[in-house]
Design a protein around this ligand. Structure first.
Ligand code: FB9
Length: 508
């Protein structure tokens, strides 16, 4: 047992003590580092009930390094006094002494010395008294001798103000005999070996008590990032609601599917560099379904299907421009177009959860990319009421019941609604998504039947994840600054359960 001798010493002292002993006092008596005694206490504690050790924090006064030096060499003012010969000393010279500056003013205020400013070759310092008591040194030595209590509060605070004394909190152990106390400590067995059993020697061997509360070693395993944990819960919700996942395995999209197919006009502000990342190479999409493209072109430029369109010159080159998709609604457009090619029309429920990219100003909750969650339902005669209904069902599964719908605008849905929920924890209405009924100018050119309408909604994955895990800055959730420990320790947060309180500093 490493610190055997200290442990044995401690046990013998305990045997001799009445009732117990303080680890710091024992260290002082044994003239050893307190840490050594603490080590022995800890190893004796590990042996089970040999000793009881109660952690106490005692405040005590300790000299600072300067305090130590003064206790040894005397106070600055005393040194100044001692350095003045009967014929006095030039003030300039005195000030050059190591304790000059500090000592001079203290010695002056103690009226031990005086300055003759009119002296011939400049101010000269003289003693006023023949001798003086270096009270400061005496008091510091008292403390050094463990008799700090002999000093009055005023004296103590004066020394503390001069940064010669400091109050330190010492964590000490009050050690007392345990139920299995003995002065001889024999090494305790930690394994029950076949020999012990066959020889029966286990009967008289002391065994280390099993600590059934000991935490097992966490098996080394992979860790799902919180975003992916929440993504799988959203997936679960959609699958439970009978939705099918849309393919979204293409971060690069053509302006056609990302904008034009959604009846978003080519001069729409979202289509310029400030909001969208366009590609230099491959700059253009070559494969576009040209018959459908013609119908989209006519709808944008002249209208049709009862719409007057946007009355502008629609350019194919603009539609060919490749970009990083700004929403997964482009995947919805592709899916709805594929659906329209299948006759007769069959109602569908689609969802997607994947990365989208926006050239937006970065702030605590916005990065240049996030994960969009989108739900799409296509069927005959769907209305805004159906959309509100499916939104209620969806958010209820998220544990969000109090919903409000606020009219909004999207180029590809009319009517459109922003969805708000009252957030108990944040005590305010939070925007939890956007939604709408896809415009006929989007659906009919695809070839979908007249009486088929498509309702859809979208939200982000990052926002609910940040709220669930109590994360305020998106950089603590995503990116190179993420502290992996947060990922390792992030429990599976049930979306429909109360959000976790934000990790406090020490927990973190
Ligand atoms: O996620 C968002 N908010 C949100 C969602 C869930 C949530 O859960 C909590 C656990 C309780 C909390 C908050 N928003 C959408 C709302 C805001 O955060 C918004 O400021 C930011 N939005 C992103 C876009 O930012 C430019 C979130 C993202 C968003 C917005 C709209 C859509 C998708 C994502 C859409 C759509 C759409 C509309 C009609 C048809 C098809 C798709």
């Amino acid at each position: 047992m490493a610190d055997g001798p200290v442990a044995e010493l401690l046990l013998r002292r305990l045997e001799a003590s009445d009732g117990g002993l303080d680890s710091a006092e024992l260290a002082a008596e044994l003239g050893m580092e307190h840490q050594a005694v603490v080590g022995a206490v800890k190893s004796l504690q590990a042996l089970g009930e040999v000793i009881e050790a109660e952690l106490r924090s005692t405040k005590r006064w300790e000299l600072t390094a300067e305090g130590e030096e003064i206790a040894r060499e005397g106070s600055h003012e005393a040194r100044v006094f001692r350095s003045i010969p009967p014929e006095g000393l030039a003030q300039s010279e005195l000030m050059r002494l190591p304790s000059g500056k500090v000592g001079f003013s203290k010695a002056m205020s103690n009226k031990w010395i005086r300055v003759d400013k009119s002296a011939a070759d400049g101010p000269r310092v003289f003693r006023v008294v023949d001798s003086m008591e270096d009270e400061v040194q005496r008091r510091l030595q008292l403390v050094q001798g463990g008799q700090a209590e002999k000093l009055g509060e005023k004296e103590r605070s004066e020394l503390r103000k001069r940064k010669l004394l400091a109050e330190v909190t010492l964590k000490t152990y009050w050690v007392s005999k345990g139920s299995a106390f003995s002065t001889s400590i024999s090494k305790q067995e930690t394994e029950l070996s076949p020999e012990m059993i066959s020889s029966g020697s286990w009967r008289d061997r002391p065994f280390k008590p099993y600590n059934f509360l000991a935490h097992g070693v966490l098996p080394d395993s992979g860790h799902l990032h919180p975003l992916l944990k929440v993504r799988s819960q959203f997936r679960q919700i959609f699958l439970e609601m009978g939705f099918t996942e849309m393919p979204t395995d293409n971060f690069i999209e053509s302006s056609f599917w990302n904008f034009d197919a959604l009846f978003q006009p080519q001069q729409h502000p979202a289509r310029d560099q400030h909001d969208t990342f366009f590609l230099r190479d491959p700059a253009e999409a070559l494969q576009l379904p040209m018959d459908y493209v013609q119908r989209v072109k006519r709808t944008h430029s002249q209208g049709g299907y009862g719409s007057q369109g946007y009355k502008y010159t629609w350019k194919l080159d603009e539609a060919r421009k490749n970009l990083l998709r700004t929403h997964t609604t482009s995947a919805s457009a592709r899916a709805l177009y594929r659906l329209a090619q299948k006759k007769p029309f069959t109602p569908v429920k689609y969802f997607s959860i994947d990365r989208v990219f926006r050239n937006e100003t970065l702030d605590a909750t916005h990065l240049a990319e996030f994960h969009q969650i989108e739900g799409v339902v296509a069927d005959h005669g769907l209305t805004l009421g159906h959309l509100m209904g499916v939104l209620r069902e969806f958010f209820t599964k998220l544990g969000i019941t109090q919903l409000r719908f606020k009219p909004a605008y999207n180029p590809y849905t009319e009517p459109s609604m922003e969805v708000f929920s009252y957030h108990q924890g944040l005590k305010k209405w939070v925007e939890v998504g956007n939604s709408g009924v896809f415009r006929p100018e989007m659906l009919l050119p695809m070839g979908l039947p007249e009486n088929v309408s498509v309702i859809a909604w979208g939200l982000s994955l990052e926002r609910p994840t940040m709220i669930k895990y109590g994360i305020n800055n998106i950089r603590d959730l995503v990116g190179h600054k993420v502290n992996l420990q947060m990922v390792y320790d992030s429990p599976l947060c049930r979306l429909d359960a109360e959000p976790r309180p934000p990790p406090t500093q020490e927990a973190a």
